[in-house]
Each structure stands twice: as structure tokens, then as C-alpha cells.
Design a protein around this ligand. Structure first.
Ligand code: EPZ
Length: 423
């Protein structure tokens, strides 16, 4: 059996502009939100990713008709749901599938969704999602690996999250928009993708106050209306490309940057000595890699340093003279790129959720393996700089969150190709 890998012959100069596609983590909940109300939706700036294909199959199994109109636009027709069960074989491929529970409860007051598996980076429980649904009056039963939820009526209530979970916030928002009465979510996650979901729902006629704050007030309405919407740009892809720009001494510019979406990340880079010029949505780096200084970073819920940029930042820190530190506080096991980077000559030691990175002159090429989508992209970046041949295995992880990565890099002059390897 064969799977795909990237073969990179690194160490050569590359330059040009990397453009950022629509945000995966906004597109997924917005696609799911079309379950809430019948009608025809047009979604634009949707990224071409494996996760979108996976979700499309799940939503079609529930009864939605989904048509790809052009490279980045979709038409979704909801004529009512033909099933209220999201099966394990679909949910296990992508845990964000669990987001279908809130909309199904809003639409039919009933849902049966497979518990999502954990994944490489953590156990990924859904207790906060279920706590939110129960607060809205849903009776929850867990049976043979499935979560069953049912209620005669969704009643607005106060939901206080112990942790500002992105998915739990999104699921409860989507259940609450048609509940009877007002729902208050305290300690709601504040990631920009949640603002995008809320803006989409408001365009459908939902009443949501406090968007962007940690306290959301949702007044349920009887009916919502389908609409047309364009997805925000992907801030994590933007951050990944900004690291590439810094690694190549500013010879790469990045199109599709919204500084506000990744302020903590950009200001940490500036603390390291990076200088940027942002004109409109195009970022240019004005410093050379050798000018950067080490730093300490800690991943936090938004607006803190994003966990999804932890591994790209680590790749950069490997190349900065001195010792940097990066602490991961969101997921319990998100350092699996460390041994892979060390195979490429990096000098990283870890102690629990703390990684200590001592700068090296350059990576050395090696065969490595992606463990999650962001780690995979970080290994690709390292391979572009390392002299010789780097093979990045299991790039199905990378394809989940980066659109045509090798094609974009080839356009900059990178020697990277997609190959098949026997396993
Ligand atoms: C979203 O995952 C993103 N995925 C992740 O991006 C991102 O890393 C994460 O938010 C944090 O920003 C999508 O949006 C599709 P969480 P999600 O619920 O919603 C714990 C990527 O690279 N938790 O905020 O699953 C959980 O175990 C992916 O694109 C509970 O304990 O994140 C984790 O430790 C990776 N109980 C922490 O909270 C719950 O009920 C953060 O999880 C829910 C979560």
C-alpha cells in the first residue's frame, strides 16, 4: 500500500508571494451551521482541503445537497434533514464533525453523533459541549460510543465554560440561536473563527451580542434565513507563511494577512527583532533571519499566542542563535514534531509541556514524519532550508489544513514534489 509524501531538495533560494486561502477553522463551523435552517446558501473563499471534502460527505449523509461552484465557492441546499445520525466512520476522520450536534438540535431537537476519537495531540473530550447542551434543556445519553441528545424545546440559559473551548463555544452558539429565550455564554472562546461563525449567523438573522468578547448574549429567534457569505482568511496559514518569510530573509511576502487575527504571534516575532511592513493585506519582512533574537512564548486561548502556531514558531526558533522556550498549555501532547526536528539536526529538549530550543546554523535533511497538520507544515519549512533531500511522510495531515502547499512553494522556486511511498 502506498501513501503520499513530500520530497524536498532544500538549501536553495526561494522568493515570491505566498497567498493565504480561506480559514479552515471558520469554513468548517459555517458549513455545519447550514444544517440549522432550510434554504440555499452560497459560501465563498472556501479553502480546498481534505477536511472540507470529509465534512461535505458527512453533511450529505445528513441530507444536504452540496455543489462546488468554482475553485473556492460552494452552493449548499438544505431541504430538510434525512438523517439525524452522524456515524462513527465519518466522525472518526475529523473530530470537528462533532459540531453537527448543535445545529441538529436547533433544527430537529434531536441528534445522535458519534463521540469523536482523540487524536495525536490529545484526548480531545467533549464534556464542555455536553454541559452546554444540558444547560439548554437537552437530555444527553451516551450509548455505545454515540452521544444522543433530545429535547422537546431548547430553552435559553446561562452557560459558564471552565475553559474557553473553541468547539464547545461554536456548538452551543449554534444550538442557542433558535432556542426560546436568551442564552448567555460566559468564558466563551474568542478565536476570530468564532466571530466569523457569529457574523454568518447574524447575516442569517440570528441575534448575537458581544461578538469577540468572552461573553456572548444570544437571543433565540423563531426563524433564520439562508444567505451568501465569504469566509475569513486563514490566520494560521498566514502565520505559517510569515515564518517562511522570516526563514528566507524576507524574500517571501505573504498575501492575506489580517494582523489583528494574530496580533500576539506577530508581536512575539517583533520582540525577537523581526520588522514587518503590512500594506493592505500584504506582509513584507524587513529583517534577516540572522538578526532575530531568542524569546519565550506560551500558547494560550485567543487573544494569546495560538497553539496552532506553536510548531511553526518552534521551527523558526531552531534557527535563532541562543536559547528560546515555548510552552504548550492547550493540548497535552503537541510536541511530536520535536523528535522529527531533532532528526533534522535541531537542538530541542522537552520537559512536560515546556520545550527548550537552542539555535543551530541550519537543519540537515532527513526522512521525517508529520504528526498533525501544523507540525507537518513546520517540517516542510525546515526541509526547504536544509541542504539535500528531506522526505516528509504522512502528508495527509498537511493536506487537511494547507491548500496545494507544494504547488505554492514550487511557484517560489522550491524543489518540492509529491511522491508515493510504500508502507
Ligand atoms: C479548535 O479545536 C481547532 N479546530 C484546533 O485547530 C485548535 O488547535 C483548537 O481549537 C484550539 O485553538 C477547529 O476549529 C476545527 P478546544 P477544538 O475545544 O475546538 C479541551 C488545527 O490545527 N477540551 O478549544 O477541539 C481539549 O481537550 C486544529 O486546525 C475539553 O477538555 O479545541 C483541549 O485540550 C488542531 N473539553 C482544549 O480544551 C471539551 O469539551 C482546547 O480544545 C472541549 C475541549
Amino acid at each position: 500500500m502506498s501513501i503520499e509524501a513530500f520530497k524536498i531538495i532544500g538549501g536553495k533560494k526561494i522568493s515570491g508571494e505566498l497567498s493565504v486561502e480561506g480559514a479552515k477553522n471558520a469554513a468548517l463551523p459555517i458549513f455545519v451551521a447550514t444544517l440549522i435552517e432550510k434554504g440555499t446558501y452560497i459560501l465563498k473563499n472556501v479553502p480546498n482541503l481534505r477536511d472540507i471534502v470529509t465534512l461535505t460527505k458527512l453533511l450529505e449523509s445528513l441530507g444536504l445537497e452540496i455543489e462546488k461552484l468554482s475553485n473556492h465557492s460552494y452552493k449548499i441546499v438544505n431541504t430538510g434533514l434525512k438523517s439525524l445520525e452522524a456515524s462513527y466512520d465519518l466522525v472518526k476522520k475529523m473530530r470537528a464533525s462533532f459540531l453537527v450536534m448543535g445545529p441538529m438540535l436547533a433544527h430537529e431537537k434531536k441528534a445522535r453523533v458519534s463521540l469523536p476519537g482523540g487524536c495525536a495531540i490529545g484526548s480531545r473530550p467533549v464534556d464542555l459541549h455536553l454541559k452546554g447542551f444540558e444547560a439548554l434543556g437537552v437530555k444527553i445519553n451516551i450509548d455505545h460510543g454515540y452521544v444522543e441528545g433530545e429535547t422537546a424545546e431548547l430553552i435559553g440559559n446561562k452557560v459558564v465554560f471552565d475553559f474557553p473551548s473553541v468547539g464547545a463555544t461554536e456548538n452551543v452558539i449554534m444550538a442557542a440561536v433558535k432556542a426560546t429565550g436568551i442564552t448567555i455564554i460566559e468564558n466563551a472562546a474568542r478565536e476570530p473563527e468564532i466571530d466569523d461563525l457569529c457574523n454568518f449567523l447574524v447575516k442569517m438573522g440570528a441575534k448575537i451580542n458581544g461578538i469577540g468578547s468572552g461573553r456572548l448574549e444570544i437571543e433565540g429567534v423563531k426563524k433564520l434565513y439562508p444567505c451568501e457569505y465569504s469566509i475569513m482568511p486563514d490566520r494560521i496559514v498566514a502565520g505559517t507563511f510569515i515564518v517562511a518569510s522570516l526563514m528566507f530573509d524576507g524574500d517571501i511576502s505573504v498575501k492575506g494577512v489580517v494582523r489583528d487575527h494574530i496580533e500576539s504571534f506577530i508581536s512575539k516575532l517583533e520582540e525577537m527583532g523581526a520588522e514587518f511592513e503590512i500594506e493592505g493585506d500584504v506582509l513584507r519582512t524587513k529583517t534577516k533571519l540572522s538578526q532575530l533574537k531568542p524569546a519565550k512564548a506560551t500558547t494560550m486561548p485567543h487573544p494569546g499566542f495560538p497553539t496552532d502556531l506553536q510548531s511553526p514558531m518552534m521551527t523558526l526558533m531552531c534557527l535563532v542563535d541562543g536559547t528560546s522556550e515555548i510552552k504548550e498549555t492547550i493540548f497535552e501532547n503537541r510536541f511530536m514534531h520535536v523528535p522529527e526536528l531533532n532528526r533534522m539536526g535541531a537542538n530541542i529538549s522537552t520537559d512536560a509541556n515546556m520545550a527548550r530550543v537552542t539555535g543551530i546554523k541550519n537543519f540537515s535533511s532527513a526522512e521525517v514524519m508529520a504528526s498533525d497538520l501544523r507540525a507537518g507544515a513546520s517540517l516542510v519549512l525546515a526541509g526547504l532550508l536544509a541542504d539535500g533531500e528531506t522526505i516528509v511522510n504522512r502528508i495527509y495531515h498537511v493536506d487537511r489544513g494547507y491548500e496545494n502547499l507544494e504547488i505554492k512553494l514550487q511557484a517560489l522556486g522550491a524543489n518540492i514534489e509529491r511522491i508515493k511511498v510504500e508502507i
